[in-house]
Design a protein around this ligand. Structure first.
Ligand code: ADP
Length: 596
């Protein structure tokens, strides 16, 4: 009897063990819009009753810092909701979708019927208690300007800094930027070699903005730019030291390129600093500022926010509030109301911007009587992805090595010119579409990265770029007349080789050339106009204090970054936006800490 009992027990244990290991895992890899081919690999594990017990993202080639929020949240949501159809993470929608696609593919390829698991579950979020907080400095927006301001406030003596960010991640538009930062180390060997100076940067910024920029603000920008680079380096940020380049619309070789892709280097640096000073600086994600409050004397004294669960979070600011909410390029209504340049900024024109660029700061400061300048000055780029409008997928490295080719196979503008001129020219082309064309001088093997962390070969495999041994084959791939393309490149190459030394001028007035486009394989990628930067904004002085409609300082209120106006005028130089976030972010933080 005892023996039978033991046997029965042993069998039961074995059965339980067998049941316990009855979970089955499935793995698949899919492409994503951001990272090209084989970008996301996921493993999903189902219990024997079909419920999801685990989801892991084994590999994600989308840019770290941009996709992190989705990599963390989507698997958690899938397990919690037992569904593979969950809400995308705001600001990381493409990666979210790629993770869901990979999980779906893994299950489908594994023969699992996904009908039940694909059902969207209703998620009930319990509202957390309202909160009342207090800090010396309160900052709205954890993009480039906001985090620069937070760090600067701490470095200038603030004992407590709270940054609120409405999205689930820091970074804003700054993290999506190409990474180019204009700065001149005046009279350095490099500046002398590039024939550059702080004053030439000043002149080009003012002139490039049709002299609409406030000269004092422009001088503040350019004369503090190099110190900004040194400041970033002092916190460990690395730049590609021998790669000072001309970014599109930058007009001069003075852009510094971070080692990390796109804008991620800034946030890697800022996050490390903030983590090391977490006793002073606190960043609250998923917290949306709704209102800026004032005391009886009109001094700004705090903000009211909506928290992640819909609760109200009130934050008192002892010394000041810094508005660093970025621009409004993603707010179609606002850009239609304010636009004075383009006349056509409806939803058919896409944007390079992140979802959060909706002009909240403008609306909040309007209620305080702040003055706004040049709101109609909206910058478009001729460099948008035809599907998403984003800058990703752009194969160019710098101005000198590429041309723009229209659907007729011809060049049509000075590709080294101002951003507004180049975009206007693109609007006039067939289907408002052009191809960036370049050769293997930029991509010797095709495995080299573009400025957005993608290799040319990945983009080609994903159908987002083209590669061919000859210009004729390239023309066939992109559907333009081969004879026109060959003629356009042949003529262009004459100038690369010094054609203008005979007194001729490039037909479009281009003056920035490198080596000829004659080294196959050749590359092409389609681009369309895209809304990029809202150059108008709130009026500030050189201390980043916000000015009201009567020309007076609004006490306790500071602003920095894209939410401000009067720096870039009618046209922003490429590479000046990141400089703007660093220089004016730092000033805003220091001014707020000093209470001036
Ligand atoms: P800048 O280049 O001026 O720093 P960014 O776009 O990089 O601008 O950053 C602005 C940040 O402000 C974004 O992360 C955006 O989500 C955030 N933001 C915008 N509106 C609000 C708001 N109402 N509350 C909190 N954060 C906001």
């Amino acid at each position: 009897m005892k023996k039978i009992l033991c046997l029965a027990l042993a069998l039961a244990v074995m059965l339980t063990a067998a049941l316990a290991v009855a979970d089955t895992s499935y793995t698949a890899t899919v492409d994503s819009q951001i990272g090209g081919v084989d970008a996301v690999t996921c493993t999903v594990t189902l219990a024997d009753d079909g419920t999801i017990v685990a989801v892991t993202v084994d590999e994600c080639k989308d840019t770290p810092g941009i996709c992190d929020a989705a990599v963390k949240a989507i698997p958690e949501q899938m397990v919690a909701q037992n569904s593979i159809n969950v809400d995308a993470v705001a600001g990381a929608t493409l990666t979210s979708q790629a993770i869901m696609n990979a999980v779906t593919a893994a299950l489908t390829e594994g023969g699992v019927d996904v009908t039940a698991l694909s059902e969207k579950k209703e998620v009930v979020v319990e509202k957390a208690a309202d909160e009342q907080l207090e800090a010396d400095i309160v900052i709205i927006g954890a993009g480039g300007a906001g985090l620069a301001a937070a760090i600067s406030a701490e470095q200038n003596g603030a004992k407590s800094v709270i940054v609120v960010e409405k999205m689930p991640k820091v970074g804003g538009n700054t993290i999506l930027a190409g990474g180019a930062l204009n700065a001149v180390d005046d009279r350095s060997e490099t500046a002398v070699k590039q024939n550059d100076s702080v004053f030439w940067h000043y002149t080009q910024t003012l002139k490039g903005g049709d002299y609409q920029g406030d000269p004092e603000l422009v001088m503040t920008l350019v004369s503090n730019a190099w110190d900004g680079v040194m400041w970033l380096k002092s916190m460990g940020m690395e730049f590609n030291e021998d790669a000072i380049f001309t970014v599109t619309g930058g007009l001069w070789e003075r852009a510094h390129k971070p080692v990390m892709p796109v804008g991620t280097g800034f946030f890697d640096t800022y996050n490390r600093y903030i983590d090391a000073h977490s006793d002073v600086i606190k960043v609250m994600l998923n917290t949306k500022a709704e209102e800026i409050t004032t005391d009886a004397n009109g001094r700004v004294n705090g903000i009211v926010c909506t928290g992640e669960t819909g609760n109200t979070i009130t934050i008192a600011a002892n010394s000041g509030v810094v508005v660093a909410t970025g621009g409004f390029a993603k707010n179609v209504e606002m850009r239609q109301v304010f636009d004075t340049i383009w006349g056509c900024l409806d939803e058919t024109v896409r944007s390079t911007n992140h979802e959060g660029a909706t002009g909240d700061g403008v609306k909040m400061m309007q209620k305080l009587g702040a003055d706004f300048i040049q709101m109609g000055n909206i910058q478009l780029l001729p460099l948008g992805d035809p599907v998403t409008g984003s800058l990703a997928g752009n194969i160019e490295h710098n101005v000198e090595t590429r041309v723009f080719i229209n659907k007729e196979g011809n060049r049509y503008c000075d590709e080294g010119g101002r951003r507004d001129d180049m975009t206007n020219a693109l609007f006039a082309q067939t289907d408002k579409t052009m191809y960036i064309v370049m050769d293997s001088d930029t991509y010797p093997t095709g495995d080299e990265l573009n400025n957005f962390g993608e290799t040319a070969n990945q983009l080609v495999a994903a159908g987002r770029a083209y590669k061919a041994d000859t210009l004729e084959e390239l023309a066939a791939q992109i559907g333009v007349p081969a004879d026109a393309l060959v003629a356009a490149i042949t003529e262009y190459n004459r100038y690369c080789e010094g054609g203008d030394k005979y007194g001729e001028k490039d037909e479009f007035g281009r003056s920035l050339f490198a080596t000829p486009i004659d080294n196959g394989p050749f590359y092409a990628a389609a681009r369309v106009p895209t809304v990029h930067h809202t150059m108008g904004g709130v009026r500030i002085n050189t201390s980043c204090q916000v000015i009201n409609e009567k020309g007076e300082v609004i006490p306790g209120l500071y602003a920095a970054g894209e939410v401000t106006g009067g720096i870039h005028g009618a046209n922003r130089l490429g590479g000046n936006a990141l400089t703007d976030t660093v220089v004016f972010g730092r000033i805003a933080g220091a001014s707020a800490a000093a209470g001036k």
